[in-house]
Design a protein around this ligand. Sequence first.
Ligand code: URA
Length: 483
Amino acid sequence: MQTITLQALNDFEEWRKAARGLLQAGIAPEDVEWRDPASDAGLFGGDGEPPSGKQPVGSVPPAFIELARTAIANSDPERFALLYRLLWRLQADRSILEVSSDPDVTRLVRLASAVRRDSHKMKAFVRFRSIRDDTGLERFAAWFEPEHYCLEMTAPFFARRFAGMIWAIVTPYASAFWDGESLAFGPGGQKSDVPEDDAVEADWKTYFSSIFNPARLKVAMMKSEMPVKYWRNLPEAELIAPLIRGAREAEQDMIERVASLPPSRHVRQKAREDIRPEAESEIVSLADARAAVQGCRRCPLYEHATQAVFGEGPEHAQVMFVGEQPGDQEDLAGKPFVGPAGKVLDAAVEKVGINRSRVYVTNAVKHFKFEPRGKRRIHQKPDGGEITACRFWLNLEIEFVKPKVIVALGATAAQSLLGRTATISKLRGAPITMDDGTTLYVTNHPSYLLRIPDREKQALERAKFEADLVLVRDAITALEARH
Ligand code: URA
């Protein structure tokens, strides 16, 4: 019997590496015992020699990888064995996933669905509590007890949604920390680690000051999802106490850094004050987001605009076009791309053969920014702070629509989507794979074409714009061929 002891409860890559070694050694599923930190023998069982061998390993269908990545977060102790059994069987028959009556396949699908449901519940029911420390810095924390190990897959959703806040989500098996810039995972905690209501509690302050320590986070990441109760059994455990003791200084450092944020960050700081996390965490659909955006106070642009202009198009469109911000006509109509730039876009989209009715169209910034000049309202480019503040809403659209391809129209959209300033000429013409696997194409904004006075130059730029859209069309065609 070969024993495999995994360090993490839900790390697909760790399992995959072990499973590959077993396959290469030709070890059958019934000869493997899988353990993880939650198993009784978890950390202390002997593994014996790691498997070795050179047997060829065949590729598996992407659908298996996708399901397995999710199912591995199920708390069913048999999940690793089930995945390995399926992997073993797929070596002989790549089509077994298509047999939905196969008991292993049914179980895999069931495990993955349960995890997705749990993740969805986390998105819907996490309630952040506000904690303001002596310096006035506000942070948020939430306690949640998922049925499965789904914090890691769900935390990026909160990072996108509450990008401007500093927050922690504590669960019994792991914690997630967002410092406004990066997401880190640490050990689990207890319900008492998080206050019941928006009060500053002494215990909580102690806990918080240590978990937000950068040094502690490093340790936490080293330990991965290992429950804290196991730490004492590890040789490195003696390092932890001194690190936590050093937490206060490092935290003070962090507070000072936040207090001296550059100007554009002040917009985020302001946005943070206005956030009502409870209300926002109740957004569980595109329709909720569409309604909530009208109350947005994340930056001052709402003050002069007629209304927020949210995206439009099929809820599960495969393609999303992202423009800059609504123009004068869009601001009045409450719909994106209905003015002159929209006409240019529609014509080009139709010319290259993209079905416009299957495209979701939106903007990086939802309120019209302008300068009044007489009776006219002159378009103003949104600044970095406004783009960042509004990324919250674009994230929600991406989260709910789940496009496979996104097209950034112009530098503002590209900046919002890439998180850095972007030069169109350097980025256009080739797909960019985003962190979540979405394919991004960058091209000019259609209104740029309208502003070119020289006829010849305009024709040339129009042709380049259409050539970019041809790439998008081909990507859509390839996607459709796969389904
Ligand atoms: N320009 C944009 O970027 N978006 C619109 O909706 C209209 C004009």
